[in-house]
Ligand binder design. Sequence first.
Ligand code: GAP
Length: 457
Amino acid sequence: MEKITSLAKRRGFVFQSSEIYGGQNGAWDYGPLGIELKNRIQSAWWKEMTQLHDNIVGLDAAILMHPRTWEASGHVENFTDPLVDCKKCKSRFRSDQIPQENLAAKKCPDCGGELTDTRKFNLMFQTHIGPAEDTASVIYLRPETAQGIYVNYKNIIQSNRMKIPFGIAQVGKAFRNEIVTKNFIFRTCEFEQMEMQYFVKPGSDEEWFSEWRNQRWAYYEKLGVKMDHLRWHQHGPDELAHYAKDAYDIEYLFPMGWRELEGVHNRTDYDLGRHSQFSGKDMQYIDQDAGNERYTPYIIETSAGLTRNLLMILCDAYDEELVTPEKNSGSTEGSGASNTGADDWRTVLRFHPNLAPVTAAVLPLMKKDGLAELAQDIRAELKEDFATDYDQSGAIGRRYRRQDEAGTPFCITVDYQSKEDGTVTLRFRDSMEQIRVPKAELVSRLRQEIKNYKRIK
Ligand code: GAP
């Protein structure tokens, strides 16, 4: 994880928030490559969950919601972590995450000092709306995006004539006052979720629950994630959230071990039932195709962290590879200053080309003799279709390594032959193979390569 954190900072994926002031715990900033990667992960999810489904529509609800929302949802009462403090070293722990013998003996796992009694700590961030800071002005930053969907479900049925079963998808910020924030961006106080709520007829919920588990698994396969790094974990009775009848996590093998990546939950009619009770509004669905049958729909939720997905994609893509002289030989990489003919290591991010922050980098072999101008022209042509980069500084081998580290799947090198016959070198990140391609065919060739991409390692 240290290597990934350091690469993320060095290459502008993720920076510590407010670093010049010593950093803000639980908050991170996404740099130029990070925001591109995050946007692509979000679009891949959005396409999967909306464009590919005729009956799932999108929503972007406000972060600030009426405070009654969180009473109805059960978050005011139940969204708590058990907390203990060490009276001596002042460390703070979640009591369910320290050894039980320490808890029983009230002994700090770090310094052996005395621990306080366990107390419940609500994870919602509270603030005030308006000038008065009294109980009437209390408002919360949403701890999940889901509730914005539930309170709008009737609006969407009416405006978009949705019929059950149907889904509503949303991506947005969520906030939790997490006690322990470690492992880089894995668990943070400010993060983003990609959630889809699927409204179904009671009785069909278990079938849909199973269907959505299958779909979410297949999604990660499609993204090219290492499938032996994914597994299911079904929640036991002690782990189930207050709203869930059944829940499965997709876990990923992060550098610190198996951890939750996404949850698929059967939330029953709990949320709509509670909103109906607290708002006094009828949240039932009227099935006009079944003699106006009325019922409160059950909800199957798929809930993935966008920022946690980004960490997973970084970890999954990260590779260090020994580059033998044979792999370099016969290629323009041989002209790199970093290449001495001896074995050489490279760090490479093997992103799927659909997710890579930069799809193609255009590199003139030399700045002089019109090569830089020709390379700029090629970049300008590719820009409309792909995210591009341009780099003319340093030896070509070193430039390739820089692009490998940023996860750029294709490099296009412009050399003297390009001026003569209009061909360029297309270099593939994963295999480091190089081929010559007429520049007029670059757009179609790249499109084809992206479509047929298969991860080799
Ligand atoms: N609406 C259901 C819900 O919020 P959750 O299991 O609490 O369920 C869903 O969260 C996903 O959101 C998690 O699987 C994780 O990917 C992400 N997530 C939750 N808390 C997070 C945090 N503090 N930092 C980053 N991501 C988080």
